[in-house]
Design a protein around this ligand. Sequence first.
Ligand code: NAD
Ligand code: UDP
Ligand code: UDP
Length: 339
Amino acid sequence: CKITRPPPTPSPLRFSKFFQANLRILVTGGAGFIGSHLVDKLMENEKNEVIVADNYFTGSKDNLKKWIGHPRFELIRHDVTEPLLVEVDQIYHLACPASPIFYKYNPVKTIKTNVMGTMNMLGLAKRVGARILLTSTSEVYGDPLEHPQTEEYWGNVNPIGVRSCYDEGKRVAETLMFDYHRQHGIEIRIARIFNTYGPRMNIDDGRVVSNFIAQALRDEPLTVQKPGTQTRSFCYVADMVDGLIKLMEGPSTGPINLGNPGEFTMLELAENVKELINPEVELKMVENTPDDPRQRKPNITKAKEILNWEPKITLREGLPLMEEDFRQRLGIPISAMKD
Ligand code: NAD
Ligand code: UDP
Ligand code: UDP
């Protein structure tokens, strides 16, 4: 049967004589790492007006400082577990802590953010007729028994483990997206993001790339968690943002894997950081955390075929691009390390 829905509430911008904006875009979690880079890219297009809703749990106004006060930009302190009333055409729904340290800090809040937050954004999309994109995660594959992971793989996830608030939370969020799509005809897009790195990552969020770079700059040993042979595939943030926009604008609901298929063990990553950033630094093997996936690598055939997208920046090109931002924030000039 054909699904009918009420006509979208027109954006007041369309009637404003001051703005020529064609699209009003909501970015939840836009003060965070990926979100703020996405906002930068969306704001480059003069036809876009961007609204960010963020509770600043892991994000910061600093990431958006160049846009605060701009006539096409608006920043709202808002927690997505509460209803939100705005009139928009597109919703990029990113709000959720992404680093294990932060999502495990208050796991009940993490699952509320994933479930209630996504339901609220879907309710909003339904009311105004907006298209909504969810940033899901490779964590939905859990500790994968299929390698590399394709979108058809259903995953191997512990439902009661310490990571479950995040990975099961995202799995429910995906379910909600498809149920609203099937039941209410909402236009949905789901990205399954694999490990992403770049400038503006939280310095102390415990993620491996930010840890290693900060440690290398501080002359501290790189903490390789055992066994060190576990793998990840790291995508530079500018590539990720291009993929998210192509997915939003493209024809497919997804889920679509977005990530860089270049796969590295944590020991290899440490060796690369050592070579590129501080050849004097030592490596130290330390204990790992429970349920750490042993391997992760995206199959990005769908993204290539449907979105004509693939990452351009290799890990060895991307790490130095992140170094300068970390130096500035840590207050370590290049000369300090050369001495
Ligand atoms: P981040 O922690 O830097 O950004 C998340 C943002 O969401 C922050 O600004 C935070 O303050 C905000 N937020 C958290 N809970 C909120 C709430 N209840 N209400 C409103 N705002 C809230 O993380 P990121 O790396 O930029 O990740 C962005 C999205 O991408 C997340 O949905 C994450 O699950 C997904 N993702 C990221 C990666 C990665 O490698 N970075 C990998 C897979 C998926
Ligand atoms: N919602 C929102 N903004 C809106 C419309 C809805 O935050 O503009 C929230 C609403 O409060 C509800 C959720 O989205 O908790 C789901 O909305 P839906 O209409 O699907 O469900 P219902 O309101 O019927 O429970
Ligand atoms: N890791 C590490 N040293 C660190 C932090 C993490 O070796 O200082 C390892 C961790 O055991 C995992 C990988 O790096 O195997 C990626 O961890 P991260 O928390 O960055 O991301 P995720 O586990 O969510 O992929």
